[in-house]
Write a new protein. Structure first.
Length: 258
């Protein structure tokens, strides 16, 4: 969802800097700019992100009209560049350290944010009639803890770690698997698909994951092309981010109304 929002903002003319963990935990890696941390660059729907190792490299990537991805564990990016707009797309689903004073416009995705308190707007991330809706006063729906159903499958389509340790894949994103077949292992313990379908998401090899953490996602629809496209949900949320970004930027005097 962060990558979908970054891509849409980039195409709309915003200069976007993405910050990441040193070992990203993303699952839908084929549509995530976080893969640039591992591979140096990543293309998602014709937009390219490049890993930047220094602030100077960030500036160079911006000048090349690509998206820089900066490993930023201490949150130094906001202090250095003083952005007009911050989008918190960490999807922590609970209140954390985001502050409404961090930028002229602060937008939060999903549960854990309250518009007017810790951000200026919240974008709804829960599937349903309000998916992608921008909330300018109040909060998103609370986290149910249950993934949205796909073809009738909800929790069963998510693969979770049986223990704490480093993940090693034996299948790839886009592969077809049957229920019970292993997709990888952690500390020598097989990690199996709970349902039959296509491996839509899988955590990167070598990433440390806690017990119960999400390591994969099986799509029961069986269409491998979906693994390589931004989802309808992510696109709806990205649309909400663009709406909030433009509307609030105009309200704050950062963009001129015409």
């Amino acid at each position: 969802m962060a990558s979908a929002a970054a891509r849409r903002l980039h195409l709309c003319g915003f200069q976007v800097i993405m910050t990441e963990l040193a070992r990203p935990l993303c699952i839908r890696r084929q549509v995530s700019f976080a893969e640039a941390v591992f591979d140096g660059w990543k293309r998602v729907d014709e937009v390219v992100a490049v890993l930047a190792n220094t602030p100077e490299q960030v500036e160079g990537v911006l000048q090349s009209r690509r998206i820089p991805v900066l490993i930023d564990l201490e949150g130094i990016a906001a202090n250095r560049w003083r952005p007009d707009l911050i989008v918190d797309a960490r999807m922590l689903k609970q209140p954390d350290n985001t502050r409404i004073t961090e930028a002229r416009v602060v937008i939060g995705l999903g549960p854990g944010f309250s518009a007017g308190v810790d951000c200026h707007a919240v974008v709804e991330t829960n599937r349903g009639h309000d998916l992608g809706r921008v909330i300018y006063r109040g909060s998103a729906e609370t986290d149910s803890g249950v993934p949205a159903p796909v073809s009738g499958q909800a929790s069963s389509r998510v693969i979770r770690s049986p223990t704490t340790g480093s993940f090693k894949a034996v299948r790839a994103i886009g592969d077809s698997v049957a229920a019970g077949e292993p997709v990888g292992c952690i500390a020598g313990i097989p990690v199996a698909a709970g349902i039959t379908g296509v491996v839509r998401g899988l955590i990167h090899d070598g990433v440390e994951i806690r017990q119960g953490g999400k390591v994969g996602d099986i799509d029961p629809r069986g269409d491998s092309s979906y693994c390589f496209k931004i989802s309808d949900k992510a696109n709806a949320i990205a649309g909400g981010v663009v709406e909030a970004s433009i509307y609030l930027s105009r309200e704050m005097g950062l963009l001129q109304w015409k």
